[in-house]
Design a binder for this molecule. Structure first.
Ligand code: UDX
Length: 431
């Protein structure tokens, strides 16, 4: 099996490293964060991700996987190099490639002869071409192999993908990368680098569009007296639409969608083909976050601001992560709604199964380790993440500890009847 290096051990890099070792390859993975590398070599996972600990342990025990804190050490014995460094959003909305470019500059002379450099990070269309000229090495191939994994199901998605997309200049190079995934049973789609790079943006922007659409539809349902759950069910019956990604919510977030939709919009503008739809998708998402915060405030009714700009209102929040099944709060819609509530001058107390202390991004929020404590004395309870755990909570007891038992269920997690039987005045999204 091939020798593989992985540069960057974040969500994507770590998943690639443990899964490639699981598929039988020898993998050396590098990250500049020494503490993270030491943890990983001890078999400790730095994030909450299903099966990651199991595969990390398997890789370390088999001797096929090891971590180093210097990317230069990782690449010298490998032929295939997965570049998995972050490509965050720059101030103007475009993708910031400085980490990727710095990594390529550092490693250019060290990649062994006839290496294959594979970009896994999401990168703007044209990046592979830029990396080729940056490398100035005609013996090295640059392949684009975008990653489609979802947080929370990253290992499952990597080992059971719907498809693998490989962008390369020539077929033999594409085939050599395809062989790395030979154990996986899925279609492998080969194309040019530029097309492969565009697939990733297209897929994420399309999914975000679907979500902004269903959230807009939910708003319409609220105004005309329809129920979005039934409407989505009816829409999903059309195979062309499909049933996935039709759950309305407080808005979408996470480490990918917001930055990728912004980056694609920026790319479109820069290429002279502005895409107003993408801006509408982003605007609709901001509007949904505003809407959920307003719903919570409206449920409480009119209240006065004191001399310090505060209101005598307590909002209890269940859910802080950007979705269930992850401890990640990056670009979390829950935090975005909370910021809107704080700006309105209310007190926020919150519970999330993965958060045990105060949060830097919203230090004013009192984080509790108990869902009833987050609801205690609250004038309204807002459910912002779709954790199944919340459905196990005793709603009678929750209603009893609140100042006023009102619930804004921004994930339609609870049945209206159950909430009302427990004494809540209940409002979901789009129903
Ligand atoms: C996403 C893409 O799904 C994945 O293919 C890509 O590689 C990375 O970005 P991820 O960020 O892990 O994955 O989250 P995802 O499960 O797609 O959810 C994104 C957001 O949409 C979350 O805030 C989630 O709560 C929201 N969402 C998702 C909904 O509001 N309703 C849905 O029906 C599905």
């Amino acid at each position: 099996m091939g020798e593989i290096s992985v540069v960057g051990c974040g969500y994507v890099g770590l998943t690639v490293a443990v899964c490639m070792a699981h598929l039988g390859h020898n993998v050396v993975a590098a990250d500049v964060d020494r503490e993270r590398v030491e943890m990983l070599n001890r078999g400790q996972v730095p994030m909450f991700e299903a099966r990651l600990d199991e595969l990390l342990d398997e890789g370390l025990r088999s001797g096929r996987l090891r971590f180093v804190d210097d990317p230069q050490l990782a690449v010298t014995s490998a032929r295939f190099h997965f570049m998995c460094v972050p490509t965050p959003q720059d101030v103007d909305g475009s993708a910031d490639l400085s980490r990727l470019e710095a990594a390529i500059d550092d490693l250019a002379d060290l990649f062994p002869l006839r290496s294959v450099v594979i970009t896994k990070s999401t990168v703007p269309v044209g990046t592979a071409d830029q990396l080729r000229s940056r490398l100035s090495r005609t013996d090295i191939a640059v392949v684009s192999c975008p990653e489609f994994l979802r947080e929370g199901t990253a290992i499952h998605d990597f080992l059971g993908p719907d498809r693998i997309v490989i962008g390369a200049l020539d077929d033999p190079t594409a085939q050599s990368v395809a062989e790395l995934f030979a154990e996986l049973d899925c279609p492998i789609l080969t194309m040019t680098n530029r097309s492969a790079e565009a697939v990733k943006y297209g897929a994420n922007a399309f999914l975000a569009t679907k979500l902004s659409f269903i959230n807009s539809m939910a708003r319409i349902c609220e105004s005309v007296g329809a129920d979005i759950q039934d409407v989505a069910r009816g829409m999903a019956g059309d195979e062309r639409i499909g049933g996935k990604f039709l759950a309305p919510g407080p808005g979408w977030g996470g480490s990918c969608f917001p930055k990728d939709v912004s980056a694609l919009s920026h790319l479109a503008q820069a290429a002279g083909s502005p895409a107003p739809l993408l801006n509408a998708v982003l605007d609709a998402n901001h509007s949904q976050l505003d809407h959920i915060a307003s719903k919570a405030l409206q449920a409480v009714g009119p209240t006065a601001l004191d001399a310090h700009g505060q209101r005598d209102v307590v909002v209890g929040v269940w859910g802080l992560t950007f979705k269930a099944g992850t401890s990640d709060r990056r670009d979390s819609p829950a935090i975005a709604v909370i910021h809107r509530l704080l700006r309105a001058g209310v007190t926020v107390q919150a519970f999330d199964p993965t958060v045990s202390c105060g949060m830097d991004e919203a230090p004013e929020v009192r984080v509790t380790s108990d869902p009833y404590e987050a609801a205690a004395g609250a004038d309204v309870l807002v459910v912002l993440t779709e954790w199944d755990d919340f459905t196990e909570i005793d709603l009678d007891k929750t209603a009893e500890v609140m100042n006023q038992p009102r619930m804004i269920d921004a994930r339609n997690l609870f049945a209206r009847d159950d909430a009302e039987t427990a004494g809540f005045s209940y409002a979901g999204v789009g129903r």
